[in-house]
Design a protein. Sequence first.
Length: 106
Amino acid sequence: TFVVTDNCIKCKYTDCVAVCPVDAFFEGPNFLVIAPEICIDCALCVPECPAEAIFQDTELPPDQAEFLPINAQLCREWPNITELKAPPEDADQWNGVADKLPLLER
Ligand code: SF4
Ligand code: F3S
């Protein structure tokens, strides 16, 4: 599966959603996650993310490992998102800010 990681938090550009052929993305207030049961490992979403926040689980940077269970859990709680939408107005200001996990809204 592919995994959405820290830099998506408060950026949430949603370009990833537009290309996913199986609608594997689920939407929280300021973050998206991928459902591992749905993702078919096509990798199409990776280059679409302006925040470079998506990694294959086998290539997750060690400091992003906690996002694997976070994606698996929150995809069960959040609604499916299937279409591009406008990002937060301040998304660009948060792109590249490290360690945003404390800011994740559930
Ligand atoms: Fe969707 Fe492919 Fe990204 Fe998985 S890797 S979330 S199937 S676009
Ligand atoms: Fe997040 Fe990147 Fe998608 S910022 S919403 S993973 S395009």
